[in-house]
Design a protein. Structure first.
Length: 475
């Protein structure tokens, strides 16, 4: 079923429909309100060969240039989501993940390339690059997951040479503590090579001890996940992550910060001038732990778990004051049936939710329209900051001359009820089904090509690119 749009959106779609199926071209987006992290202003955007050629009032375009009327719409930079899980045991690959992202106004996605023990990191990147070339519609960046620090630390220079300049370390697994010294050396080597280290901060020993206590009490269902993964475990691990950043001088990026206790630790590190960066994810901004009291608790299992209202309030405050850098989805795609599998426990479960399509609409509705954050801050945490931190700015993350023409025509007044059947993720559902959300993308352009419009994906698999990224010292 096609959706109903506001008058402004309908005019833009009518003009686009006359050129359906065209790839990157010369075009003029006129009459809209351009929004960057630095401000909002009435302006036209002229695009040539997929790159922004001019931004200004009353631009004139040569004959034959396609014109898109954006009157009444916001013109936003395409979103950048640096925290996405695709392929493997999950049902979304680069194609369906791209579809969900583009329908939500995100033009650059990411994935984690898992490096087995003793593996060659350049080969790990090459395997993912081949899949991206076949499947992706959105552009892509890759992070390498490190499980063998002794073998992989000497490869940081070779990894950086591939153009994929970030790694990820998990503190929540039992293999971290026995190898803590090697992981510290890994972080130091990454910093020396200009590679950003992402860290999942939950303390494995506290998690193991808490699980054992709950199991002894017979409280093993996923309904007890908040008790099984307390904020204390996140706070302690965050302290260690900060210490490792301070000891090595290397940049560290804390993923999916969920609790006020962990947030305060990270904020204090920033206040001391450490290169320490903070990400949160949508579930902590829009949901609280009460979801585990209902019959569908399995749908809401994530790591870390949903927290209290006071934690959510602290995260929104940090979004407003600038101490949270990025909102990333941590998109993980399971079917509804898998998420509700009754055999799951506090230690054996399917963690994660699909969020690529809903990140920006929800944040705009609950954040910008609710008066919690400005529209410029919305752009900053969903586009500009992740582009800067992950080495793809100013090609991505802003609207400026020379930047890729990743543009989203956004209707700030369109109100829609979220429906499972409108989701492009292969999961086929949204945990927000039934929610009323205001503010939606109408048209998404990736490098000057219309890849989403009229509620349909128009981009083709294999047109997305693996982006080469700068080293940390060049950002």
């Amino acid at each position: 079923m096609r959706r109903t749009y506001s008058l402004a959106a309908s005019v833009a779609l009518l003009l686009l429909g006359q050129h359906a199926g065209l790839t990157a071209q010369n075009l003029l987006v006129h009459g809209g309100t351009v929004v960057t992290s630095e401000g909002s202003f009435e302006a036209d955007v002229l695009v040539r060969a997929g790159v922004i050629a001019a931004v200004g009032r009353d631009l004139n375009a040569e004959s034959g240039v396609r014109r898109i009327d954006a009157s009444g719409l916001l013109v936003l930079p395409g979103g950048v989501d640096p925290h996405v899980h695709l392929g493997g045991r999950w049902v979304d690959d680069y194609r369906t993940g791209s579809m969900a992202a583009l329908a939500g106004g995100i033009t650059t996605i990411s994935n984690f390339a898992s490096a087995g023990r003793g593996s060659d990191l350049t080969e790990v990147i090459d395997r993912q690059a081949a899949l991206i070339a076949q499947q992706a519609i959105a552009d892509v960046i890759l992070h390498t997951t490190i499980n063998d620090p002794e073998a992989h630390a000497p490869q940081m220079g070779a990894l950086a040479a591939t153009g994929q300049t970030s790694i990820k370390i998990f503190m929540n697994f039992g293999g971290f503590d026995p190898n803590a010294s090697a992981f510290l050396q890994m972080i130091a080597a990454a910093g020396d090579a200009g590679v950003l280290t992402m860290i999942h901060a939950e303390d494995a020993s506290i998690l193991a001890n808490q699980a054992a206590e709950l199991e002894a009490q017979g409280r093993t269902s996923v309904a007890y996940q908040p008790e099984a993964r307390p904020a204390l475990a996140e706070e302690v691990a965050m302290m260690r992550a900060v210490a490792m950043a301070e000891q090595t001088g290397s940049p560290v990026y804390a993923v999916h910060v969920s609790s006020e206790r962990a947030l305060r630790v990270a904020q204090a590190a920033r206040a001391r001038g450490l290169p320490f960066f903070i990400e949160t994810r949508p579930i902590y901004l829009h949901l609280t732990r009460e979801r585990f009291d209902g019959p569908d608790a399995g749908l809401y299992v994530g790591q870390p778990p949903l927290r209290e209202q006071s934690d959510q309030d602290a995260l929104w405050e940090a979004l407003a004051n600038g101490t949270i850098d990025v909102v990333g989805t941590d998109h993980v795609a399971y079917s509804r049936e898998d998420k509700l599998d009754p055999s799951q426990t506090i230690t054996n479960h399917r963690a994660g939710m699909n969020h690529l399509q809903m990140l920006r609409p929800l944040l705009f509705s609950d954040g910008v329209l609710a008066g919690r954050i400005s529209v410029e801050r919305f752009v900053e945490v969903t586009a500009t900051n992740p582009a800067k931190l992950f080495g793809i700015f100013p090609e991505k993350g802003t609207i400026a001359v020379g930047s890729d023409a990743d543009l989203v025509l956004w209707d700030p007044e369109e109100t829609r009820t979220v429906r499972d059947q409108d989701m492009f993720s292969a999961t086929g559902f949204s945990i927000y089904a039934g929610w009323e959300v205001t503010g939606w993308p109408v048209v998404t352009l990736r490098r000057g090509e219309v890849v989403f419009e009229g509620g349909e994906i128009t981009g083709q698999a294999g047109t997305g690119r693996l982006l080469e990224r700068s080293r940390w010292e060049e950002r």
